[in-house]
Design a protein around this ligand. Sequence first.
Ligand SMILES: C[S@@+](CC[C@H](N)C(=O)[O-])C[C@H]1O[C@@H](n2cnc3c(N)ncnc32)[C@H](O)[C@@H]1O
Length: 282
Amino acid sequence: MKAKLTAVLIKEIRSNDLTAKEWLQETKSFLYQRGLGANSSEAKYEKMHPAPFSFTDVSKLLRFFTKRGSKVLDPFSGVGSTIKASLELQREGFGVELEPKWCEISKQRLLQECDYSIDDEHLICGDSRNLTNYFAPDFFDFIVTSPPYWNILEKKDHKANQRVLNGNATKYSENIADLGNISDYRQFLDELSKIFLDCHSLLKAGKYMCIIVSDFRHKSEFYAFHADLLNKLTDKTSSRSFQLKGIKVLIQNAKKLFPYGYPFSYVENIHHQYILVLQKQK
Ligand SMILES: C[S@@+](CC[C@H](N)C(=O)[O-])C[C@H]1O[C@@H](n2cnc3c(N)ncnc32)[C@H](O)[C@@H]1O
């Protein structure tokens, strides 16, 4: 009887449904990005968006940081990859997305790929700067997202040219509330970190937030965006400061290499992203 009770209690308080063997694998500080492959039938909707992440990558994080029934938020929901991954793993996914076009595509995607008709409480077509008006404090078990990376989509590079040729969008929107349209880097960082500090209020104590970001170049300057963002979110003088628990490197080994600086200077092919793992203290 006592053993049975202990097993029930452990199930209740443990943070995920993984076996010890599966748990160990997920504690590595790197993982290889597993895209869907251009020909996958499930890639159709992700390809429409200029900067999606694959629901298969986000599924890995959901498996570790949540269990069945957990409430999950993506405050920059794009074409709904987090909601799709949540549905498939029997978590309750919520998203906020500014641009009506991406909200519409998310709805179509979830209906077609998951047979799920999402309501306006779970997918809010709105501005994440109002997050605390949309959700109650301490509501979520996990927050995961990939935000805009400043205005790097303004770049007219080979990737943008290819998207134009394929008839796909090169930026998220023309909306001035779109964080991808802020031209000043410091202002962008301030606005973005305010949203993530609001996420702190929405998370239950002891729970995690994972932010997927990449560093980038602008003109000749290299921006360590992940470090700049971390400085803002882990400031110990703030009552809403997160504790940094780790940084996973998401290796993008399948990306094409370009001879950017050859043969004169070091110009990096940035083929990884960072997953910043932050915890709200108990
Ligand atoms: C990197 S994308 C996220 C993509 C998403 N992870 C996916 O897989 O589809 C960033 C998203 O943030 C949205 N966005 C930008 N500013 C926003 C704001 N103020 N409130 C809500 N969403 C915003 C953009 O429209 C864009 O879809």
